[in-house]
Design a protein around this ligand. Structure first.
Ligand SMILES: [Zn+2]
Ligand SMILES: [Zn+2]
Length: 204
């Protein structure tokens, strides 16, 4: 089993969404028989100073600073490993309510529905903002973010973008994203199952 710790980085308002997505991701990997264990790492409150105003093509947008998000997630991962005394946990995935940006670099995540992934030594830090996926339709909101999480986890295990009806096929826009079946295509799923990290370990 390979473990990915999930953390929520936001206020009360969208906590329900985080837990719906978290449950669905957990169930998904179990149902497709991939040995990916999703565990809850807790909630991370970012200090107010981590919100920055970034100028985008559509005006100023409030964002979490990329550096602050990575640092907070990394800190949580280290804390968690110490708490449970388990150093096999090397991956953490943060779900944020605000978009993620930087004063130096604007990632264009706001438009492109992409998450971020950074390697810090042997640790993997991932983050995805729910902001670009927003809709009043709760079911659709969950589904959009769920697909985004599957996409990022696909990259984490080495998948590239795909041209099939698959979560690894990046959307042109949100309507395009809604048309995607909420799963990996057979080719991508097979690639995941052949990843050494995800192969059943020999019991000797
Ligand atoms: Zn991608
Ligand atoms: Zn695919």
């Amino acid at each position: 089993m390979d473990t990915i710790a999930f953390a929520y980085m936001g206020g009360k308002e969208y906590e329900w969404l985080f837990f719906e997505v978290y449950d669905r991701v957990r169930r998904f990997y179990r149902d497709v028989r991939l040995p990916i264990n999703i565990v809850y790492a807790g909630k991370i409150i970012l200090p107010p100073g981590t919100l920055i105003r970034v100028e985008t093509a559509s005006g100023f947008v409030n964002m979490y600073s990329f550096e602050a998000v990575v640092e907070a997630l990394y800190g949580k991962l280290v804390e968690m490993r110490d708490d449970v005394n388990d150093d096999s946990i090397t991956k953490i995935f943060g779900i944020t309510t605000f978009p993620i940006g930087s004063r130096d670099r604007y990632f264009d995540i706001y438009k492109k529905y992409l998450g971020i992934q950074v390697n810090v030594g042997d640790y993997h830090v991932l983050a995805l903002s729910i902001k670009p996926f927003f809709t009043e339709n709760k079911y659709l909101f969950i589904e959009r973010v769920f697909k985004g999480v599957l996409h990022e986890i696909g990259h984490l295990y080495g998948l590239s973008h795909c041209h099939e009806d698959c979560v690894m096929n990046p959307p042109k826009d949100i309507k395009d994203w809604d048309l995607r079946t909420p799963t990996y295509c057979n080719t991508c799923l097979r690639k995941l199952k052949n990843k050494e990290e995800l192969m059943p370990k020999l019991q000797l």
